[in-house]
Write a protein of this length. Structure first.
Length: 117
């Protein structure tokens, strides 16, 4: 059976309170240069490989933040990633689970996962 809907994820929208602060935090998290425009005063497209991420301050509320990770960031070395998050003073929510993943929290309360691929 064919469908006009592709089996691909295009972009994940993350609700953030302050778009400029969120841009700085996510760029630091991912080791990216903080560049690119904030679109329409509330959107920042993070330069990603694969599925995209858009930070959006227009959709932010305490009810819309991710209480459970909706996706995970990949890493090749889970221990190195865990130590990097500690050095960056990122709020770590779990220890490394099953030697494979751990959860962190962004400054707006969104729960994110780091997973070894």
């Amino acid at each position: 059976m064919s469908s006009p809907i592709l089996n691909q994820i295009g972009t994940v929208f993350i609700p953030v309170k302050d778009i400029e602060k969120a841009r700085a935090w996510y760029c630091a998290l991912l080791g990216l240069v903080e560049e690119g425009d904030i679109l329409f005063g509330h959107l920042y497209v993070i330069p990603m490989e694969g599925a995209g991420i858009v930070l959006d301050s227009k959709i932010y509320s305490e009810e819309t933040v991710f209480k459970t990770p909706a996706f995970h960031f990949n890493t090749l070395n889970i221990e190195e990633a865990y130590e990097a998050m500690k050095r960056q003073n990122v709020k770590i929510l779990t220890k490394i689970e099953h030697q494979h993943y751990f959860n962190i929290q962004d400054p707006d309360g969104n729960h994110l996962m780091i997973c070894q691929c």
